[in-house]
Design a protein around this ligand. Structure first.
Ligand code: P6P
Length: 350
């Protein structure tokens, strides 16, 4: 594969053929000679955790891990067995890394504070949605893992909640894994968004989508239309403009919504489009969680030439006040998100 990932960086000519996740991470790490490799280790381990999760997801119908765990998570949602398993795999894979001070998860009410590391290398905090879209598991519809990495704010010792309650622009890496027709890991460390597809023959992630960018077309409109009557006026006007208007940009736009935000986001990143989950009567602050769903995907969107808004401010500027805080979100192509923001401003001005 001949590709230059970014200006001034080694081209991949010398990496003829397979560019595995491991070689890509090693290449990126070589750009930071002072790096001790702790951050790179976290990315590697996330790759390992996702391989274990995908192996379970691929066999979910065959062994007794389908269906509900019988517990209710902090979100008040029925926990599916694979939710729990994904959470446990992530914790077992990452918790012994010296660089990780703590982990926050959709499945855990409080943050998981890891023992301080003697040489105080525990610099990072990780946030996960272990399995987004888990209500789809029994129907064999694609689901995904979302992750976010930030530097802790406290200097040392056991991490604090304040280490996690940081606005999304403080992230230093974010990504997701889609368990679909293939397994893909997509992430960014601030130098573009790169996608790796699992090659089952060798059990390795291979660079398949370098420098992912939103194409400048709105191919997909992704929303749960059953909530239309609950949406506020700007949201309804936005939806009507795209679906029923005369704007030539939207004459070929299709509705696509599968109930797994991370997969809708991934498809929209590849084809162009917009996903929205605004506030409604059931979810007065929106349904999606800020810290481990909206912030990481918003950070990736910005890295890929798109953006994300809550309607009142950019998602990445929201200052969190609660670990499992929810926000309304419109995310995808910059042109569509800015169109939404215009409808909101016009409504406020009317
Ligand atoms: P609804 C999954 O539970 C999720 O958090 C997102 O991944 C998904 O887009 C949304 O909720 C689906 O919610 O209300 O449309 O079923």
């Amino acid at each position: 594969m001949k590709d230059q990932c970014q200006e001034g960086v080694r081209t991949f000519d010398e990496y003829e053929g397979f560019i595995t996740l491991e070689s890509f991470i090693a290449n990126q790490q070589s750009l930071h000679p002072q790096s001790r490799g702790f951050f790179a280790d976290i990315l590697r381990r996330i790759g390992v955790a996702s391989k274990i999760i995908q192996a379970k997801v691929r066999r979910a119908g065959l062994v007794d891990i389908l269906g509900k765990q019988g517990q209710i998570n902090v979100q008040g949602e029925e926990q599916m067995k694979l939710d729990i398993l994904a959470q446990e795999v992530i914790m077992n894979t990452l918790q012994w890394l010296p660089a990780v001070a703590g982990v926050a998860s959709e499945e855990e009410e409080d943050v998981i504070r890891l023992p301080p590391h003697p040489d105080e290398n525990d610099t990072y905090v990780l946030l996960f949605d272990p399995l987004d879209g888990s209500s789809n598991i029994d129907a064999n519809v694609s689901i995904g893992t979302i992750f976010s990495i930030m530097r802790r704010r406290t200097d040392s010792g056991t991490c604090a909640m304040s280490d996690f309650l940081q606005p999304g622009h403080q992230q230093i890496a974010a990504g997701y894994v889609v368990y679909g027709s293939s397994t893909m890991m997509v992430y960014s460390t601030g130098n573009g968004v790169h996608g790796f597809t699992m090659d089952p023959a060798v059990g390795e992630y291979v660079l398949s989508h370098p420098n992912m960018r939103f194409p400048d077309t709105c191919t997909c409109f992704s929303a749960n239309d059953s909530n239309y009557a609950d949406w506020d006026e700007p949201t309804r006007k936005f939806a009507d403009h795209i679906r029923f208007g005369s704007d030539p940009r939207y004459q070929n736009t299709s509705s696509r919504y599968i109930g797994s935000m991370v997969v809708d986001f991934h498809r929209n990143l590849l084809y162009g489009g917009v996903y929205l989950y605004p506030a409604d009567h059931k979810n007065k602050q929106g349904k999606l969680r800020l810290l481990y769903e909206c912030s990481p995907l918003a950070w990736l969107a910005e890295q890929a030439g798109g953006t994300a808004t809550t309607g009142s401010q950019p998602v990445l500027e929201v200052v969190p006040h609660e670990l499992h805080q929810r926000v309304p979100i419109v995310i995808g192509n910059k042109q569509e998100v800015e169109l939404y923001e215009r409808f909101v401003r016009e409504h406020e001005g009317s």
